[in-house]
Design a protein around this ligand. Structure first.
Ligand SMILES: O=P(O)(O)OC[C@H]1O[C@H](OP(=O)(O)OP(=O)(O)O)[C@H](O)[C@@H]1O
Length: 249
């Protein structure tokens, strides 16, 4: 049962959607999605090279500038209105990882967040991104299905301060796979993992492994931001417990 504070907090993003006019996700200028200057600043798709082995990862851009601000807004600051604009950035990324005429449906499987994080954010932002992306791919003629089948056990702790191996250990065996909403093993089609940011690759690696244990193989991962190349992914912002980016510990 939700208490009053939790209920109000989870409603805030929806209320913000109703009350605030559209603003560019990158700079806040009046715009629907991106202003022309921010739209020009995107540098993707880029191949991400996380330290953890896992599926091939292609990102819409590097974790900086307007894209970084938009992802933080979408994830942490209630800017759920940015979902369509962010999903649009992933359409060419998906096109790049798929064969020219994919056989069967494309299953978009979002990387799961901890339940407490999703609650505090007013919902699972990656699941929302998958739905938006499926709609846009569908409009482009692709049979794409958002498939929210992964979840984390409650025992996973915040990854703040953890190095790559510790992040992987924290997630090891913690990903649950719901069978409904997934293709049968040996299916036609392609499974794509979807996430907002890749840093060490631990999250994508354990998600891939969980699906593999269920007989399902991941074709590739598509993410909004590649934070793997940052000089110090473990840098923290003075005065904040959280890292300088959401993928860092
Ligand atoms: O490549 P990795 O090193 O695994 O890091 C990337 C992960 O970290 C972030 O999750 P976050 O720490 O915000 O987790 P939460 O959503 O459960 O709070 C981000 O959303 C990715 O899922």
């Amino acid at each position: 049962m939700l208490d009053g504070v939790t209920t109000v907090r989870s409603l805030l993003p929806a209320l913000t959607d109703l009350l605030l006019p559209s603003a560019c996700g990158g700079c806040g200028a009046a715009a629907d999605g991106w202003c022309p200057a921010c739209a020009d600043a995107f540098d993707g798709p880029v191949v991400a090279r996380p330290v953890r082995a896992g599926p091939p990862v292609l990102a819409a851009g590097r974790y900086r500038g307007p894209l970084r601000r938009a992802v933080l807004g979408f994830k942490e600051r209630g800017r759920r209105d940015l979902g369509p604009a962010l999903a649009r950035l992933l359409v060419p990324v998906v096109a790049e990882v798929l064969p020219p005429a994919p056989d069967g449906p494309v299953w978009l499987v979002g990387a799961p967040s901890r339940r407490s994080s999703a609650r505090a954010r007013g919902g699972d932002h990656v699941a929302r991104l998958c739905r938006e992306l499926a709609a846009r791919l569908g409009a482009a003629g692709l049979d794409a299905r958002a498939s929210p089948v992964l979840a984390l056990h409650g025992r996973v702790r915040d990854s703040v301060g953890l190095d790559p191996d510790q992040r992987a250990a924290n997630l090891d065996g913690a990903v649950r796979v719901a069978r409904s909403g997934l293709p049968d093993p040996g299916h036609a089609g392609h499974i794509l993992l979807v996430d907002d940011v890749v840093t060490t690759g631990a999250t994508l690696d354990v998600c891939c492994e969980a699906l593999r244990r269920n007989g399902l193989s991941v074709h590739a991962a598509v993410v909004l931001c590649d934070a793997t190349g940052r000089r110090s992914p473990y840098r923290t912002v003075p005065g904040r417990a959280r890292p300088a980016h959401p993928g860092g510990p």
